[in-house]
Design a protein around this ligand. Structure first.
Ligand SMILES: C[S@@+](CC[C@H](N)C(=O)[O-])C[C@H]1O[C@@H](n2cnc3c(N)ncnc32)[C@H](O)[C@@H]1O
Length: 328
């Protein structure tokens, strides 16, 4: 298995950059800063630009030879297209700095005020490839969905979960493509249950296990509504030592009776998780909701540790990208 990492991404001659390429200069600087870190993190998937310059409201992520660019603009909510000059300038800078082809650059428009998270298909090209992260491999798709298959902001959170997983029973809820579970399994979790309501993502999780040559015997992957799963699991005898709970901000689905809202519903959700927790068990709870406030009063008697700062990876500049706690 390949272990050395972002050697594939080589900074070409800076002379190639046009003199007034502010974005290009910023990219070159960030890349020089991150390269060593990416190597020690054993990853070829990282954020190289995080809305650093206000005139370029972009997040630029490198995924094993390709660049995934998200355009964030208030106007994007009203259907604004990416300004063509911005596309041209950004692509020029990336191509002259890293020598990649135009076909290796993928653009997405992110709505800033989008309240409902989006998981729908945006195309059906099925172009999957893999990246490394701390020695495990994950399937990435840059064409078919707004999200790529791996949330890079949770790279450190995944390591935190893995460090707590050895010899334990792990439940991963709202699991998306199961990357938390793969790391936990790699770190010796005794067994795991991974739940997501999307067939696409439970299949993707299975494929991530297979990619890492992991035996699925002790690792159950379930397509279900997590809220329903929790209620039903209460009456079953199974208990978990580690629960990973990273729900969407809002979720509406035909498969759910009513809309889930993390702010309104997190205490109920946590209480349902406590009911499944073994005596020394713990929950890693996180949310991407920027306005979220943990209702600590409702959790009186629980041990709560805020690990937000500790779980923000070096390649992210946005300190509000997620909030995270360990709750016992
Ligand atoms: C924010 S993502 C979770 C990211 C994941 N924890 C990770 O870091 O890779 C939300 C996921 O929750 C799933 N989801 C949303 N509502 C759900 C529900 N009620 N039950 C189960 N899964 C749900 C979506 O399909 C999506 O995969």
């Amino acid at each position: 298995m390949k272990t050395a990492i972002c050697d594939d991404l080589v900074l070409l001659d800076l002379q190639q950059l046009s003199e007034n390429s502010t974005l290009g200069n910023r990219l070159a600087k960030r890349y020089k800063h991150l390269k060593k870190w990416a190597k020690s993190t054993v990853t070829d998937a990282f954020r190289i630009y995080d809305r650093d310059i206000p005139e370029y409201p972009l997040a630029i992520d490198y995924y094993a030879g390709r660049f995934n660019i998200q355009y964030f603009s208030k106007g994007a909510d009203e259907g604004e297209e990416i300004p063509p000059e911005m596309t041209a300038l950004t692509e020029d800078a990336i191509r002259s700095l890293f020598g990649v082809e135009k076909a290796d650059i993928f653009w997405k428009v992110r709505k800033v005020r989008s309240r409902l998270e989006q998981y729908e298909k945006i195309s059906g090209r099925h172009n999957y490839f893999s990246v490394f992260e701390h020695g495990q491999r994950f399937l990435i798709n840059l064409t078919d969905y707004l999200d790529t298959g791996l949330f890079l902001d949770h790279r450190t959170t995944r390591q935190l979960a893995a460090s707590l997983a050895g010899g334990r029973r792990v439940l991963n809820l709202f699991a998306y493509t199961g990357s938390f579970t793969v790391h936990c399994a790699a770190h010796g979790a005794d067994l795991s249950t991974t739940v997501d309501m999307s067939n696409t993502y439970t299949d993707w999780t299975k494929d991530n296990f297979i990619l890492n040559e992991m035996d699925l015997n002790n690792h159950q992957i379930i397509r279900d509504d997590c809220i329903k799963f929790l209620k039903e699991a209460k009456s079953a005898k199974v208990r978990y030592d580690l629960i990973i709970l990273d729900p969407p901000t809002l979720s509406r689905s035909k498969k759910m009776e009513e809309m889930f809202d993390v702010q309104k519903d997190h205490i109920q959700l946590l209480n349902d998780c406590f009911a499944l927790l073994a005596p020394d068990g713990e929950i890693i709870f996180s949310t991407n909701s920027r306005r979220f406030k943990l209702d600590e009063e409702a959790l009186t008697g629980r041990q709560i540790k805020d690990v937000t700062a500790k779980t923000l990876p070096q390649d992210f500049r946005d300190a509000k990208i997620h909030k995270c706690w360990i709750i016992k």
